[in-house]
Write a protein that binds this ligand. Structure first.
Ligand SMILES: [Zn+2]
Length: 456
């Protein structure tokens, strides 16, 4: 039997378990809700605790003022010629309402068997704590520390990272790294360990279509005045061709192909049944799985106008509104795609309609190749810890901050984390498992050791 790297870290966890849990509980008690202005003091106190903890591990720290909430940066530079890894976490949490559905107060951590209940127990304080103890145990137990470690922990992820993303371009020197590891995701299950090669991008459009100065009586103007709801619906109906492809010229220009055979395929059928989808489609030539992860999409997120009150009001509404978003893949630029969609609507909308379109703040996709070094390092670490093969996934969702961080750090990106969909993140009774705290810590420490042994 070959020796496992991770075993000693598991033992370290067992020996230090009380201390780790004490620290975790202290962290969980801060009511660091970034969405609530009344919790500002708690948010600041939490950020100070994070900085103090980084210092105690041996990091040189910096506090970055972001105009929203401070971000805490730390670095341990052993030798600039060694590879540098940058970790990302966030210390802010979601609001707690509806409070009455919590079985115990959200900021008084409660242990029940293996589970710890508190707001942030998983997202992202649990993952953050195991990252920090992973680093600490690596520094304590490993002789060859041929790796530089940086970490950035922001305090506004749950409110969109607006201030944080704005300071990133000025922090390129600090953030510069070979590898960027975002520790803020989940695995399908603890029997199916996975790491993420990235996510899709997004672009959004807000539209207002105006057909008349005021609402019209359909008895007088029906059959004459063009209804803005009809006008928008007609264009929407043209967005896809019969093969399920987006029918906008140039939409697929530059799209990079991705070999989906390297990816772990979740049981989509089960999820489809769970949420009860009645009607499915996918892009011709691509599976349901591929259509939901590695292909770009266009979606109508909202369409409104007219009368929705009780009874009937026979009206031709003056205006109709529509919200459209596109999920993007590598090779697509959010603004370019947004403009293509806007042009398509302008070109196809009924003559005379006044159509105003506003493009939202988008983000590009980022996919790390499956054979990237950081993916190999973490895959090995996961396999060492779990004694199972580790899958690769790409997320169909979009995390714009990933792209911003990747740009600022010029690093190869990877997403990791042992969250589970059953952890109730963002919901009442959020929880995380002690065994996962241990395994998570082992994955971080083991990955660092593998990286240190391998060199750049
Ligand atoms: Zn998170």
């Amino acid at each position: 039997m070959t020796d496992r790297y991770s075993e000693k870290y598991g033992n370290w966890f067992d020996q230090n378990k009380k201390h780790i849990l004490d620290e975790f509980f202290t962290y969980l008690k801060f009511e660091s809700i970034s969405a609530d202005p009344e919790k500002k003091t708690e948010v600041i106190k939490c950020s100070q605790w994070v900085e103090k903890t980084l210092k105690s591990i041996g990091f040189e720290t910096q506090v970055w003022d972001t105009k929203v909430n401070p971000a805490i940066f730390g670095e341990i530079i052993i030798d600039p010629s060694y590879p540098t890894i940058l970790f990302y976490n966030h210390y802010d949490v979601q609001p707690v309402d509806p409070l009455e559905l919590w079985e115990s107060p959200p900021f008084e951590p409660r242990v029940d068997g293996d589970l710890i209940y508190a707001r942030g127990a998983c997202d992202d304080k649990g993952l953050n704590v195991y990252t920090l103890f992973g680093i600490k145990s690596f520094l304590e137990l490993t002789k060859t520390q041929k790796v530089n470690i940086k970490i950035i922990i922001e305090g506004e992820e749950e409110v969109g990272s607006e201030g944080f993303s704005k300071v990133l371009p000025q922090k390129k020197k600090e953030l510069n790294a070979d590898y960027l590891v975002v520790v803020d995701i989940g695995v399908p299950s603890m029997q199916e360990p996975c790491i993420s090669l990235g996510c899709r991008g997004i672009t959004t459009l807000d539209m207002v279509c105006e057909g008349s100065k005021s609402d019209l009586h359909s008895g007088i103007f029906g059959g004459v005045a063009y209804n803005p709801l009809r006008a928008l619906s007609e264009v929407i109906a043209k967005l896809w061709d019969k093969d399920g492809k987006v029918a906008i010229d140039g939409f697929y220009d530059g799209v990079e192909s991705f070999d989906s055979s390297v990816l772990f395929e979740p049981d989509l059928q089960k999820e489809i049944e769970l949420v009860g989808i009645n009607s499915l489609y996918n892009e011709k030539g691509f599976s349901t799985f591929e259509s939901s992860t590695i292909r770009p999409t266009i979606e109508v997120n909202g369409l409104s106008g007219g009368y929705f009150g009780p009874g009937f009001k026979t009206v031709i509404p003056a205006r109709a509104t529509c919200k459209i978003s596109c999920r993007l893949v590598p090779g697509q630029d959010p603004d370019t795609v947004g403009n293509l969609v806007a042009e398509f609507f302008k070109k196809n909308i009924a003559k005379g309609m006044n159509l105003e379109i506003e493009l939202g703040h988008g983000g590009s996709a980022c996919h790390t190749p499956a054979d990237a070094k950081i993916a190999e390092v973490f895959k090995s670490a996961y396999e060492d810890v779990f004694e199972k093969s580790c899958g690769l996934v790409v997320s169909g969702g979009s995390v714009p901050i990933m792209k911003d961080l990747k740009q600022a750090s010029s690093a190869e990106l990877l997403g990791v984390g042992l969250g589970l969909s059953s952890d109730n993140i963002h919901a009442p009774n959020e929880h995380f498992g002690i065994e996962r705290l241990k395994k998570g810590m082992m994955t971080i420490a083991t990955a660092l050791e593998i990286l240190a042994n391998k060199g750049a």
